[in-house]
Design a protein around this ligand. Structure first.
Ligand code: C2E
Ligand code: CA
Ligand code: CA
Length: 540
């Protein structure tokens, strides 16, 4: 089990395996997404087509039924009630006036009288399929696939008018295997008028509770049409078109596009992982070759403008002179764990370079940035303890900066920070205000000082929305008895404003950029000399 996990982890670490897995995952995700999208789009267009067809259909059928009704009404209105010349003239007139009337007839006992003698449709002695108060309907008067036979017949009294299969198929463009059904007995019975018979009811929950005209099942589209007559309804059923058969939709282009995106993602992962690997390898080499240097950005007392300490900041200058920003390589080192080596290196360098200045200026301190993993382990206390013994520097002169991100796992963080404080170090919260630290949470943390993030200092006097944040943080810090350092001060106006708000210390390009150890030592010594000079002048 252990072996399998280790093998899996080492394989997952291989760039090309990671890239392939990414490509597969992206391809699967995008293809599934594309399939759903295509399916949805096709279903929608299928439903729209069916709705449009249904409406067109109903319109035309109403037209046919309307003509049949008008024709039979016209016959009922004329006075003749026997098969005489005026009757035959009236029957022929109806056949002539109404395009959809195939045959008009008068039925009286065994004496059929028709506009199409010899057709014998009108003498159908079957009881009507629908018997309304005024009209009677016979469906499927002929089941023969002959377009020149009556298919629907309407009766009023002794009069009959019919429409032919041909007329029906003319107005109804049924798809293959589609059917037009007439629903009788409140939907209980369905008589196919065109197309093959269909199983009825078409679904288990018929009629559907939703009032929608269209019902979609796995293999059929069922379109209900209520007619102007309360006696019957019409239903159009067509089989669904296989999705795969509709490959002509431009949406199918999504699939090759997904594949391309998947390949591109895999390739990007490959490049990124390789780049990170290279950067990480380079960083390790840089540490060994001494390309990493430590600079010190002075921190000043805002009221006396005296340098009280500095923040140690790493720089990576490559042999060709290019500088790589810590914002780029520190997060990478945090991920790979190389940050521990960097933290140890910073501590070792600063004590080696500034040990003497620190011994000569017992109030001076240097603060060191800690990464989340430095805060989670008790290791730093031991490392710094040994170095402080070696260089005979007081723990008070080394402070540690932790960001709110480094405090996520609160229990070990609190324990380790407390033991650093117990040793005599100061603990600062860096970039305060950018994370999630609440007042209540802050109260429980063993810290001495808050560093207000540069973004809030920049906003002072500019951005109305966030310019209120710095004063708020300052009040909060004071309420908790914490000191405040403002970082990124670039103008005198900011320094004055912050000083008046009660901020104790400041750091930024207004005072000094990050200096090398020699420049920083000179700044400190110059400051001391000035002070001693001033004291001598005062005494004189
Ligand atoms: P940070 O700890 O917030 O450091 C302050 C950053 O603001 C530094 O950038 C500094 O040069 C810059 N800065 C200071 N004053 C001004 C100013 O007036 N204007 C402007 N525009 N910038 C100012 P830097 O040195 O590039 O460091 C960037 C970040 O890299 C640091 O942010 C810190 O999070 C990280 N970092 C640097 N050195 C170390 C280190 O030794 N260990 C760890 N864990 N992180 C480090
Ligand atoms: Ca910092
Ligand atoms: Ca900061």
């Amino acid at each position: 089990m252990l072996f399998a996990t280790a093998a899996l982890r080492s394989n997952l670490g291989r760039p090309w395996i990671l890239a392939t897995l990414t490509a597969i995952a992206v391809a699967l995700l995008l293809s599934a997404g594309s399939y759903m999208l295509v399916k949805h789009a096709l279903e929608q267009s299928e439903a729209e087509q069916m709705n449009a067809r249904g409406e067109r259909f109903l319109d035309r059928l109403e037209q046919i039924f309307g003509q049949l009704r008008e024709g039979v009404d016209q016959l009922a209105a004329q006075p003749s009630r026997q098969c005489d010349a005026p009757m035959l003239a009236a029957l022929n007139q109806v056949g002539f006036d109404y395009r959809f009337v195939f045959e008009a007839a008068f039925v009286n006992g065994n004496q059929p009288c028709s506009s199409r003698p010899g057709r014998a449709t009108a003498d159908l002695d079957r009881p009507p399929d629908i018997e309304g108060p005024t009209y009677k309907y016979w469906l499927n008067t002929s089941t023969e696939p002959n377009d020149n036979l009556a298919a629907l017949m309407l009766g009023r009294g002794n009069f009959r008018v019919s429409t032919s299969r041909g007329h029906l198929t003319d107005v109804v463009d049924l798809s293959d295997n589609g059917s037009l059904l007439v629903l009788l007995d409140k939907g209980q019975r369905a008589v196919p008028v065109l197309g093959p018979p269909q199983v009825w009811p078409p679904t288990r929950n018929w009629p559907p509770s939703s009032g929608d005209a269209l019902t979609i099942t796995a293999d059929r589209l069922i379109y209900r049409m209520s007619t102007k007559s309360p006696d019957y309804q019409l239903v159009l059923i067509t089989p669904r078109i296989n999705l795969m058969a509709r490959l002509n939709s431009p949406l199918w282009l999504l699939f090759p596009a997904s594949l391309l995106i998947a390949i591109f993602s895999g390739w990007s992962v490959l490049v990124l992982v390789r780049q990170r690997r290279t950067l990480n390898g380079e960083l390790q080499g840089a540490l060994r070759r001494g390309e990493i240097r430590v600079l010190y950005q002075p921190i000043f007392d805002l009221s006396s403008r005296r340098c009280v300490g500095a923040e140690a900041l790493v720089r990576w200058r490559r042999p060709d002179g290019t500088l790589t920003s810590p914002d780029l390589f520190i997060p990478l080192a945090e991920n790979t764990g190389l940050i521990r080596e960097i933290t140890d290196f910073v501590l070792q360098q600063l004590l080696e370079q500034l040990g003497q200045v620190l011994r000569a200026n017992p109030h001076l301190y240097i603060s060191v940035n800690l990464a989340a993993c430095d805060v989670m382990e008790p290791r730093i206390g031991t490392v710094v303890g040994q170095l402080l013994d070696l260089y005979r520097v007081s723990p008070r002169q080394i402070a540690f900066e932790v960001t709110e991100r480094g405090l996520i796992d609160v229990v070990p963080a609190r324990e380790n920070l407390q033991s650093l404080r117990d040793l005599g170090h100061q603990v600062l919260i860096d970039d305060f205000g950018t994370g999630y630290c609440s007042l209540a949470y802050l109260q429980t943390l063993p810290v001495d000082c808050l560093k207000i993030d540069k973004a809030f200092i920049d906003a002072l006097g500019h951005d109305a929305a966030s310019s209120g944040v710095a004063p708020h943080i300052i009040r909060m810090a004071h309420a908790l008895d914490l000191k405040v350092i403002a970082e990124g001060i670039e103008s005198e106006a900011q320094a004055i404003l912050l000083g008046s708000e009660g901020v104790n210390y400041g750091q930024g390009w207004l005072f000094a950029q990050a200096l090398n150890s020699r420049q920083f030592s000179e700044l400190v010594t110059r400051g001391r000399r000035k002070k001693i000079g001033r004291r001598v002048e005062d005494e004189a």
